[in-house]
Design a protein around this ligand. Structure first.
Ligand code: GLU
Length: 427
């Protein structure tokens, strides 16, 4: 990742360009360019060896104009406040573009779970909640999992929140295990949602999904389920990439016949590192980190982190690529967008493509609030409907106005949030 990259500056640049197109007033622009609130705090933890280590934690609430703030918590050694601000801002647009009654927030802790025991991670989760318990909750701000956090982390957080408040509040946190108020389908939701949008894009291009080839960056929750559904629908995934915690590099795993998701999962550790030796023994080519981007495929799905498709590497994308669907948040820089436009690649922007996760989180809240849980088929059917509707609304607008997909998605989302602010009398 280049040192100069600042995700929040990128989020503001994207916003400014669309605010201009929408001719938003100065006050409204200023309001929506910045988070409404942010919390910075220290998290002192007694480590297993008896020492005390102090971690830095954040929660950023970008906007609650359309409903309680909503968004994940990341555990990442390179976390910065500006990355969390950007991700919180993108959550506002994400909830708005799929039209769920929630705002945008994001949290983070600067830490590397690889170096922490389960007990130490539990203490970080509980302490994080203690710092912001007054400012989060079902009607204020609802956290969820994100990079390197999982349903177990969410349970520890919910339990701490309930201890502090003295009641049961399953709607205070989403992405919980199904046994404790989680929704069926939540694990699959983000990856499946990415593929629902790819499926609809292919329909509009009159290209059959059967026989389609894809290459994915990442092999975490989003990439795994995106690959699974694409393969179920008749596609082939020729490459995925993964971060290797043994030598701190990423690798691309390629199999031109198509990868086997279950096999790769069987040789992946709990932090997402695929075993290179076992992969090579099974006939996978182990290529460099960026090889996923250069494959002769029709579909590219960056599903890892921000700032991956850049002005420096976007020209390496194969001429046969037709669709780039962003499973990650912020994977493509504005410089790369210009190259994608020149290449005529149809981009399904992050906050639309990966909105399946938060949409299912919203369903989880609805189920928790009514204390009545839906079968998995119903969850996935409702998810498919929401994603499909949002995808076509954005694509229709992009076609009508001749705008880039990212701008069309922003136009819908920003307009909805601006309307809420206006109706509330804020700007
Ligand atoms: N972390 C996910 C995202 O970036 C899901 C957030 C949520 O479910 O609230 O969309």
């Amino acid at each position: 990742m280049s040192k100069e990259f600042n995700a929040f500056e990128m989020a503001q640049r994207q916003f400014d360009a669309v605010a201009e197109k929408l001719q938003l007033g100065e006050g409204m622009r200023e309001l929506l360019r910045w988070p409404q609130r942010e919390y910075h705090f220290t998290i002192p933890i007694k480590m297993d060896d008896g020492s005390v280590k102090v971690f830095k934690g954040f929660r950023v609430q970008h906007s609650d104009a359309r409903g309680p703030c909503k968004g994940g918590i990341r555990f990442h050694p390179q976390e910065t406040i500006d990355t969390v601000r950007a991700l919180a801002t993108w959550m506002t647009w994400k909830c708005a573009v799929v039209d769920i009654p929630l705002g945008g927030g994001k949290g983070g802790v600067i830490c590397d779970p690889h170096d922490l025991s389960a007990r130490e991670q539990e203490q970080i989760c509980r302490n994080w909640v203690r710092q912001v318990a007054r400012n989060i909750g079902p009607v204020q701000d609802v956290p969820a999992p994100d990079v390197m956090t999982n349903p177990q982390h969410m349970v520890w957080m919910m339990d701490e929140y309930e201890k502090i408040t003295g009641g049961h509040f399953p709607g205070a946190i989403t992405g919980k295990p199904v046994e404790l108020g989680g929704s069926l389908g939540r694990t699959e939701a983000t990856g499946y949602g990415v593929i629902y949008t790819v499926r609809e894009a292919l329909k509009r291009m009159n290209i059959p999904i059967k026989g389609i080839k894809a290459s994915l960056q990442g092999f975490g929750n989003v990439a795994q389920y995106a690959a699974k559904l694409l393969i179920d629908l008749g596609g082939t995934v020729v490459a995925v990439s993964s971060w290797d915690n043994t030598d701190y590099k990423a690798y691309t795993f390629r199999n031109l016949e198509g990868i086997d998701v279950d096999f790769l999962l069987s040789i992946t550790d709990r932090f997402g590192t695929v075993d290179k030796t076992k992969a090579a023994e099974a006939g996978y080519e182990v290529l460099d980190a960026e090889a996923w981007l250069e494959q002769d495929v029709e579909i590219l799905i960056p599903a890892a982190l921000e700032n991956q498709v850049t002005g420096e590497n976007a020209h390496k994308i194969h001429d046969n690529v037709k669709i780039l669907s962003e499973g990650a948040n912020g994977p493509t820089t504005p410089e790369a967008d210009e190259i994608l436009k020149e290449k005529g690649i149809f981009v399904i922007p992050d906050f639309l493509a990966n909105a399946g996760g938060v949409t299912c989180s919203y369903f989880e809240q609805v189920q928790c609030n009514t204390n009545f849980f839906w079968p998995k088929e119903e969850v996935l059917e409702r998810l498919d409907q929401k994603m499909t509707l949002a995808f076509h609304a954005v694509t229709d607008l992009a076609e009508e106005t001749d705008e880039f997909m990212r701008d069309a998605a922003y136009m819908i989302a920003i307009q909805r949030v601006a309307t809420a602010c206006h109706l509330r009398g804020w700007a």
